[in-house]
Design a protein around this ligand. Structure first.
Ligand SMILES: Nc1ncnc2c1ncn2[C@@H]1O[C@H](COP(=O)(O)OP(=O)(O)OP(=O)(O)O)[C@@H](O)[C@H]1O
Ligand SMILES: [Mg+2]
Length: 312
């Protein structure tokens, strides 16, 4: 029912080193090692919430085999396109006490044309089986211009909802092709829209893109209040304080998982925003990205304030 697309899948390694200083050698007992990338994090959190998504994207090399095997072993349904270029990337998140993280993200291998064709062939063949498609993360090197437009158009043609969390050209293509919902953070908003993150500007973004099919935009801002525009209404959401902040990396991905879960369960926007924010709070209390617990989600759900602050 839900397809989660992560075009640039990675092996994610996360370790806490206490305090990070340039030029030091750090030894630590172990790093958390998971298949990663934003879409995989979304899928992981979604599974915890009770929805089994299908994961799609590209993998290559030994790293790609490890990613695929590990996902299957963890019980995920996958339809990954293997290609021959290089190795799927490895990304490091080095976390310090207090939750500050320094991330090292490889660009990843270039996806050959044949791999792109195979991905779109599969997508076109069975996209109509799904209710929601979520596309998360930056694009992969080598992906042709129009790749995101094609995916979104095919989905929309088949009556499938499309939620996106991406940036730059990929975001532009997705929105212009008719994406239903966008979840980005305040940096991504300012980079893309060229205007300061504010209630007024988020509403302006929404008004300008509604004609393409946009129904909801959420722009989060770490631990600070953030905004959502949905079907002409503007909401301000105030996240609660996190009990024990371990790492906020992936909080936005767990937010997306909560959003998908709520929409699948037919919840209204107020309930959806609370649950999504609660999922992101749960993620902040764990070291890994997309690692949440239902207990923590339920704990935070009633501590989130959502107020309607106007219409556009
Ligand atoms: N330091 C924090 N303290 C409390 N809550 C946080 C913190 N960081 C993130 N959150 C929660 O997570 C939500 C999403 O956070 P953020 O704006 O950092 O998303 P993001 O940058 O998209 O994250 P990522 O891309 O790493 O998944 C916030 O709206 C908030 O509810
Ligand atoms: Mg994000």
């Amino acid at each position: 029912m839900v397809m989660v697309i992560n075009l640039n899948i990675a092996i994610d390694k996360t370790a806490n080193v206490g305090v990070l200083e340039k030029g030091n050698i750090y030894r630590y007992p172990e790093a958390l090692t998971f298949p990663g990338g934003k879409g995989i994090n979304v899928a992981r959190a979604l599974k915890t919430l009770g929805i089994e998504p299908e994961i799609r994207g590209f993998v290559s090399g030994f790293n790609g085999r490890w990613i695929e095997k590990t996902l299957v072993k963890a019980g995920f349904k996958t339809s990954l396109v293997r290609h021959k270029n290089g190795e799927s990337r490895i990304c490091y998140s080095i976390v310090e006490n207090g939750g500050v993280s320094t991330d090292f993200n490889e660009d990843g291998p270039s996806v050959p044309a044949a791999g792109q064709k195979e991905f779109l062939k599969r997508f076109e063949k069975d996209v109509k089986k799904f209710k929601i498609i979520s596309i998360s993360g930056r694009t992969s090197p080598g992906l042709g211009k129009g790749f995101y437009s094609k995916m979104v158009r095919l989905a929309k043609k088949n009556g499938v909802m499309v939620f996106v969390d991406t940036t730059c050209l990929a975001l532009r293509e997705a929105v212009l092709a008719g994406a239903d919902a966008v979840k980005i953070n305040h940096y991504e908003f300012e980079e893309f829209f060229g205007k300061k993150f504010s209630e007024k500007n988020v509403a302006e973004f929404y008004s300008r893109h509604e004609k393409f099919g946009l129904k909801t935009i959420v722009v989060t801002n770490r631990n600070k209040p953030f905004y959502c525009c949905c079907l002409g209404k503007v909401f301000k959401i105030v996240p609660p304080e996190i009990k024990e902040l371990k790492s906020p990396v992936g909080a936005g991905d767990s937010f997306m998982a909560g959003f998908i879960f709520s929409v699948c369960r037919g919840k209204g926007i107020l309930e959806t925003l609370k649950l999504s924010c609660a999922a992101s709070c749960s993620d902040c209390g764990t070291l890994g990205a997309g690692l949440i617990s239902r207990k923590a989600v339920n704990f935070y759900k009633n501590k989130i304030k959502v107020v309607e602050i106007g219409g556009k």
